[in-house]
Design a protein around this ligand. Structure first.
Ligand code: UDP
Ligand code: MG
Length: 313
């Protein structure tokens, strides 16, 4: 009887979550046990934690047949953790959840209803508010989503996170994209499939602290734009043209002026300004060009996204 039930896989990437993980497991299990109509499994991914996260996963696996785990050989980042978890998951539906209870498990029954009964392939949690985030991070996120929406034409908004329940076809579509430089929010949008958003209030982390520094967030945001848009390259061309035009106008005006009023413009000033302007712009665009080339370079190496050191069973 039980094997006719649909199965939900809860994918949980974890990096140093020894405090949160037991709490997360208890709270989520409570909710899942209340969903009599489904079977479930936890796929914990230990992303090279330096604390007791892996030991806790092993204990959970020993005590509960619903728990499986994969342990990486080092910290590969949340993107690799999510991919590994989805690749391991066996469920008809998969949900990606953070271990810190910032993704409320109480949303799972409604999410399941949406994907199993309402014909959606995905039900995402739409985060309202910014409880648990610094003001700076909030401002940064808002600006990033505005810019990236304009540049990438992907449906990525502030509040759309990785917390979503997806059907098997959508999960398989995501797994089919094996690119090395991964940006999951963009990939979710790229694969399409109908998504329904349900709101939830953002809360502070249950324990521990965020693994994202402002620097790593900035790098991740830049990654997102590079992964889904070549607009910065086009921007380089556009600014180049405008600057060239401005240069021509600037020089023409100065030439005409110096014809009427001798000595009005110092040629030294002009040369220094033009050289500095062009030099700095060239450096900036060389950097953008280099960034794309380095992405391609890594992509062509076909390195594995992650390396598993051990696993349950
Ligand atoms: N995480 C991970 N690898 C990392 C960083 C984070 O697997 O290198 C996990 C982390 O353990 C948590 C989730 O990703 O389960 C979200 O991380 P965090 O709470 O630090 O991010 P925030 O909520 O601040 O965006
Ligand atoms: Mg968090």
């Amino acid at each position: 009887m039980s094997n006719t039930k649909e199965k939900i896989s809860i994918v949980v990437p974890c990096y140093n979550e020894e405090e949160s993980l037991p709490l997360f497991y208890m709270e989520t299990t409570k909710v899942l046990l209340g969903m009599n109509e489904v079977d479930y499994e936890f796929v914990f991914v230990n992303d090279g934690s330096s604390d007791k996260t892996l030991e806790i996963m092993k204990k959970l696996h020993d005590g509960d047949a619903h728990c499986r785990y994969v342990g990486f050989s080092r910290n590969f980042g949340k993107e690799a953790g999510m991919y590994a978890g989805l690749a391991e998951a066996e469920g008809d539906y998969c949900v990606i959840m953070d271990a810190d209870l910032q993704h409320p498990p109480t949303l799972l029954p409604e999410m399941y209803k949406v994907v199993s009964e309402e014909g959606y392939d995905c039900c995402g949690g739409l985060r309202c508010g910014r409880e648990g985030d610094s003001v700076l991070r909030g401002l940064f996120s808002k600006a990033f989503y505005k810019i990236s929406k304009g540049l990438t034409h992907m449906d990525m908004s502030d509040g759309h996170g990785d917390f979503r329940m997806m059907s098997r076809p959508m999960v398989d579509a995501i797994l089919d994209m094996k690119e090395y430089n991964r940006y999951m929010k963009g990939l979710f949008s790229f694969v399409g499939f109908d998504t329904k958003w349900i709101e939830y209030e953002s809360v502070e982390r249950a324990c521990g602290e965020t693994k994202w520094s402002l620097k790593s967030l900035f790098a991740y945001a830049f990654e997102g734009i590079l992964a889904f848009s070549t607009a910065p390259l086009k921007l380089a061309g556009l600014i180049g043209c405008l600057l060239f035009l401005a240069g021509v106008i600037f020089i023409s005006i100065n030439l005409i002026q110096s014809l009427w009023i001798p000595g009005a413009v110092s040629s030294f000033d002009i040369i220094i300004t033009v050289v500095l302007m062009l030099g700095s712009l060239q450096m900036l665009f060389l950097y953008i060009l280099g960034a794309y080339l380095s992405k391609d370079y890594l992509e062509n190496k076909k390195r594995p996204l992650y390396i598993v050191r051990e696993r349950s069973q």
